[in-house]
Design a protein around this ligand. Structure first.
Ligand code: HEC
Length: 247
């Protein structure tokens, strides 16, 4: 059986090496916190409620497919602007039938011109959707299907390269921490598995929103393992009392 090579404990490293390791670990730690903050800023308002929820994650990858912003508006806050229920049904039918330009010009545009354009046109100066053209209406007339596969592929390859290198470097330092070998090996491998599962779950969530839970669980596992890999070496280098055994 191959014996684990005995290394100099982190506590006994030269100050130089300790500073090198600590500087890197702290940068990675702050970088990770920034990544969490970014998720908070980009995803937290997707479901209309403050804070990050599993619904936000689902809305990000799967989208909100229950309807379009236009339909939600004319059934909700903009309903009083329509002169009759029939007008609403005409617009909803057009949305359901696939939003052709032809039908738009024939039946939908006249209604919008009559009921909506006093506010929803570029000339009104209001920062609200422009409903004076087909292109403008289409922006609120399409079902939101979440992040596109092309964007997911772009994000995945950046994450896989970046996190791969990061986990390798952090793991090389963590290997010198004093900890029970089995525990140490598990904590070294866990984040790699978590990243794979997390990124796979992005695609699964695009297919079925229930996998948003997998994204959250894998993300939490990654965060936890990374936190241990950063904090334990830092503690052992600078704060662990002499003669104290960690395993
Ligand atoms: C009196 C001015 C006014 C009229 C008339 C009006 N709207 Fe609006 N509309 C607003 C304002 C202000 C907002 C932004 C505030 C909000 O979202 O509640 C808005 C928001 C919207 C939105 C965006 C909702 C979202 O998802 O952010 C849609 C879609 C919309 N209106 C459709 C319509 C339609 C269709 C009509 C005509 C039947 C109409 N509006 C008539 C003032 C108007």
């Amino acid at each position: 059986m191959v014996k684990e090579i005995v290394t100099v404990p982190l506590r006994q490293r030269s100050t130089n090496e300790k500073i090198l390791f600590s500087g890197f670990l702290m940068l990675v730690g702050v970088g990770y916190l920034m990544a969490l903050t970014l998720i908070y800023f980009t995803d937290s308002k997707l479901d209309g409620n403050p804070g990050i929820s599993v619904q936000d994650i689902a809305d990000n990858y799967y989208g909100n497919r229950s309807g379009t912003r236009l339909e939600a508006a004319i059934r909700g806050p903009m309903a009083p602007q329509l002169k009759s229920l029939e007008e609403r049904n005409i617009i909803v039918d057009w949305l359901k039938s696939g939003e052709t330009r032809n039908q738009f010009q024939k039946v939908v545009q006249p209604i919008l011109q009559k009921d909506c354009l006093q506010c929803h046109s570029p000339t009104s100066g209001l920062n609200i959707p422009d409903l004076s053209s087909y292109q403008g209406v289409m922006k609120v007339a399409q079902v939101d299907t979440g992040t596109s596969v092309a964007t997911l592929v772009k994000l995945s390859h950046i994450h896989l390269f970046g996190i791969g290198l990061l986990l390798l470097s952090v793991g090389m330092i963590f290997r010198h921490a004093e900890l029970h070998p089995t525990l140490k090996n598990s904590i070294t491998v866990a984040p790699f598995i978590a990243v794979f599962v997390d990124i796979l779950a992005w695609y699964l969530t695009k297919w079925d929103p229930v996998y948003a839970y997998t994204v959250v669980v894998a993300g939490a596992l990654l965060g936890l393992a990374l936190a241990i890999q950063i904090l334990l070496p830092l503690w052992q280098m600078w704060f662990q009392p002499r003669g104290m055994k960690t395993h």
